[in-house]
Design a protein around this ligand. Sequence first.
Ligand SMILES: [Zn+2]
Ligand SMILES: [Zn+2]
Length: 224
Amino acid sequence: MPNLYPALERQEVVVHSPRHVRSFAELSNEEVEAVAGTWHQRSEEAWVSGFSYVHAAINEGRLAGASLAHSHSQLIWLRDVPPVVREEQALLDGSPCALCDLLAAERADGARVIAERDGVLMSAAYAGRAPYELLIAGEHWGGQPGFDGGVALVRALELMADGLRRIRTIEGPIPVNVWLHNSGHWHLEVLPRLTQFAGLELGAGIYVNVLPPEEAARALREAG
Ligand SMILES: [Zn+2]
Ligand SMILES: [Zn+2]
């Protein structure tokens, strides 16, 4: 449905379930699949309508900017590719692709790997900005912006729900931001908001993370 209070030209809200659940972690696999299908379908509609990019994001908890408790995502239709995605595009478009290199290194090392489903990998983000930051990515998709027929996106969102459940097992319900970067080699970034970003993080772009990703991955593997 359209967002009642859009910040930008066009913003849609995807309601994840008719049940009053507060977290993506509480969704059934059928509901996760429906969310993936909706993201895919609405993004195609946006591209057909002349928008260049759809920013898909989930905010959970007031500290992460959520104004509604009921689990939902936002689809923000943009005329231009946003700056963060444009910066990544240079690294993730074509070959060699930095994310392909990173995934190969993560698989070889294994210390930050948490789980894998059908070629989609969930790892504790290398040099993550905050405790339990996750990176979820599948095979390189070299076509037009899209989701590889949609199956890999379903697996990625299932892994994301699984990752959130593992974090909740350790830390309880936590505020979290999730977004899809869908240009070049698409991926999901999951940023739990367990710590406050302060002057060093926001002003200098230097993130102090008190939990090394290798320790986060070990704890999350055990919490599975
Ligand atoms: Zn790649
Ligand atoms: Zn990214």
